[in-house]
Write a protein that binds this ligand. Structure first.
Ligand SMILES: [Zn+2]
Ligand SMILES: [Zn+2]
Length: 448
């Protein structure tokens, strides 16, 4: 008999933590951070959790022995066997930092490279510090055996490289887990590789994300590029683009739009660090022109370089003639596309955007209160500098009609819908696509 318990990703986007037990073998599929519950009590960077007791007290994690860094009540701790990470977005991996350091964590090679770069460049906190974790990497299609289970990771297309879905072969039959995925992205064929294998094994259950339900824009990455080109060509001033630096597909899109419009692209040092790490990935490196391209530059922020990694990277990039200051951008604004996110907005004070400058928001729409506040703050800056905002985004998550197509294609015995704020809506929309649709309750045990 197989037991499934969902400790996160229930009625929320992210925070996936799926416990799976088959006989004596116990694993977790993903081990993410729940943004909504965390934001209920905390606000970065100063009001942050500091010890594991904070998480337990505020019910940000369950008091599970053998999982977290919690001492055993009876003195003997039997650890779970493994944690499998589908991709390294915070809502799928960050709580691995709170797991017992002896529990092996399995993830893709690219995901590990991204985490290694983030370990250097991001502000380290108790719930993102993975430096003690024991990582083991897997490859697409190569099965990993853990106790009585076999876990087969298969690549999928998502807004971060190194994303996987899993097929878990259990004593009750195969269970497929999509992780986060999409079928309208630039690498849809990877998601189809996963779906085809999932269909072949005739799973008893499918666990799927259901992020998109409302205000879903149906744009392909190529359409973003075309529209971006039109906007850049019609702007006589500075073009600012806001996007997530871990979204390598979006970086490529913006890079191509910059080439076509003959503008130079200005990125952050943090971005340079990540791209340098990913250039070791043979599958990605050829499509990530950065250091050899003289039209890609890196911004030295107004506060300058203060951290060791920034100072090192800055001196290397400076020798290559690849650094620029806000003043440098100011003097020839019509020649640049610059990536600025919310925390970088004070750079605009020195850049002083000329009339005709625009801001392209190439990120997900705000879907919670905190994001709405950030969005409002962004509009205040743009109002001040006279910059209109355009939204150009293609979701990293599956669109509802594609989810229906995927579920009907796989035809699972049971469908568990998670990673969604609108699971009821999707269950009604998908009715009839699977034999049974289950909207799991947090902490409840489901048997297969
Ligand atoms: Zn997610
Ligand atoms: Zn994700």
């Amino acid at each position: 008999m197989v037991k499934l318990i969902f400790y996160g990703g229930v009625n929320e986007i992210g925070g996936n933590k799926i416990f799976l037990q088959d006989g004596d073998t116990r694993i977790f599929l993903d081990f993410g951070k729940s943004f909504s519950r965390r934001a209920y009590f905390f606000n970065d960077p100063f009001l942050v959790p500091r010890e594991i007791e904070d998480f337990l007290e505020l019910e940000l994690i369950e008091p599970l022995e053998g999982v977290y860094k919690i001492p055993a009540s009876n003195g003997s701790l039997k650890l779970i066997d493994a944690i499998f990470i589908s991709h390294v977005h915070a809502d799928h991996v960050d709580h691995a930092s709170l797991s017992h350091p002896m529990i092996p964590i399995y993830l893709g090679e690219t995901g590990k490279m991204i985490l290694e770069s983030l370990a250097v460049t991001r502000f380290r906190q108790i719930d993102n510090d993975l430096t003690e974790s024991q990582f083991h990497t897997f490859r697409t299609g190569k099965t990993v055996k853990i106790g009585s289970l076999e876990i087969e990771p298969i690549h999928v297309d998502h807004s971060i490289p190194g994303s996987y879905g899993f097929i878990v072969y259990t004593s009750s039959g195969p269970i497929v887990y999509t992780g986060d995925f999409r079928l309208h992205g630039p690498h849809a064929e990877m998601s189809w590789d996963f779906l085809k294998k999932a269909q072949q094994v005739q799973p008893v259950a499918m666990i799927s994300e259901g992020t998109n339900a409302f205000a879903t824009t149906f744009l392909a990455e190529s359409e973003i590029e075309e529209k971006m080109e039109v906007l850049i060509n019609s702007s006589p001033g500075l073009v600012v683009v806001s996007f997530l630096f871990k979204d390598v597909d979006r970086y490529r899109t913006i890079y191509r739009a910059a080439k076509k419009t003959k503008r130079k692209l200005v990125l952050s040092l943090k971005h340079a660090h990540l791209l340098r790490s990913l250039s070791r990935d043979s599958k990605l490196s050829s499509s990530l022109p950065i250091f050899e391209d003289e039209d890609v530059l890196f911004l030295v922020r107004r506060k300058g370089c203060t951290l060791d990694w920034e100072i090192d990277l800055y001196s290397q990039l400076e020798k290559m003639g690849k650094v620029i200051t806000a003043e440098g951008v100011h003097s020839q604004q019509e020649e640049y596309i610059i990536n600025l996110n919310l925390f970088d907005l004070p750079e605009l004070v020195k850049i002083k955007p000329v009339p005709g400058s625009i801001f392209i928001l190439s990120l997900t729409e705000p879907y919670n209160e905190e994001m709405e506040l950030d969005y409002e703050r962004l509009t205040h800056w743009l109002e001040h500098f006279g910059m209109p905002l355009y939204s150009l985004h293609s979701s990293g998550h599956i669109l509802p009609h594609h989810l229906k197509e995927a579920v009907e294609f796989i035809n699972p015995g049971k469908l568990f819908l998670i990673h969604s704020e609108e699971p009821q809506l999707l269950a009604r929309y998908l009715a009839g696509s699977a034999k049974e649709i289950i909207l799991p309750e947090k902490g409840r045990e489901y048997q297969l």
